[in-house]
Write a new protein. Structure first.
Length: 265
């Protein structure tokens, strides 16, 4: 399987690059526009089957220990008029799962991102929504023209059509149906814990473009620091980067070596 790795910044990519990996590594640059351009350029150049976005989670709700590597399986974009839910198309990696959130301009500490004294710029929303880049992905040689039909589902409108009636209030408490509107409440049980939340500016964009290209995509984030307010020390980032690199090697190291010897693998 041809796989490429995308990192938001060189600081996040450095430890993985220093492992001597032979896999293609791209550094996006940080903004939504740069990330979209990087993904399109990488797909055109390498024609991968699997995109892996990996980076830091400096904004998080504080429920996970520092240096924990999680797989972001849902990405919620709150930067527009409505919240949109995007989901991973990649394989189960066996890691703890998390819900990625694009920080919006009105994000507050009570919504699970840490201290109120966090720098306001840490929560500024990117102004370019992921949908704006799907048109560029349409018709690319690596996948069918899916941009016009890309499913960008509003979570509540698209997933809860069968569980809206009010006349079932007497039974909802028993089977947990009221909790089934989340991405991870499909089993209908009332004891399902919500996924930990981590900040992810690029996750929704990654999943939307991957769907347009008709390829698999996975997002991995490593928890940086205990506060979750967007601030961290150089040592915390260094340790987190090393842990992320070790996890990537453990998950994908053998496949990467096989790719290097046989492009058809």
């Amino acid at each position: 399987m041809r796989r490429i790795f995308i990192f938001p910044t060189i600081e996040e990519a450095k430890a993985f690059i220093l492992t001597g990996t032979k896999a293609p590594v791209f550094v996006a640059g940080g903004s939504a526009a740069e990330t979209a351009a990087c993904i399109v350029r990488a797909v055109r150049a390498k024609r991968p089957h699997h995109l892996v976005l990996a980076g830091f989670a400096q904004l998080h709700d504080g429920t996970l220990s520092p240096e924990t590597v999680v797989e972001v399986v849902t990405a919620r974009d709150r930067t527009g008029c409505e919240e949109h839910l995007y989901q991973t198309t990649g394989p189960d990696l066996g890691l703890p799962l998390a819900d990625g959130v694009v920080p919006g301009p009105d994000e507050t500490a009570t919504e699970g991102y840490g201290a109120e004294e966090a720098a306001p710029e840490a929560f500024e929303a990117e102004q370019t929504p992921p949908e704006a880049f799907e048109a560029e992905a349409a018709g690319e040689p690596n996948g069918p023209n899916k941009a016009a039909g890309t499913e960008v589902a509003d979570e509540e409108d698209e997933t809860d059509g069968t569980e809206e009636p009010d006349d079932t209030d007497d039974t909802d408490g028993a089977d947990g149906a009221d909790d089934a509107d989340g991405a991870d409440g499909a089993d209908g049980t009332d004891d399902t814990e919500p996924l930990p939340k981590v900040g992810s500016r690029e996750g929704a964009l990654l999943f939307a473009l991957a769907e347009a290209f008709d390829i698999e995509a996975s997002e991995l984030r490593v928890i940086v620091g205990e506060r979750g307010d967007g601030t961290s020390t150089e040592q915390e980032r260094q340790l987190a980067g090393q842990q992320l690199a070790r996890t990537l090697q453990r998950l994908f190291g053998e496949q990467t070596s096989a790719e290097a010897r046989s492009p058809e693998a």
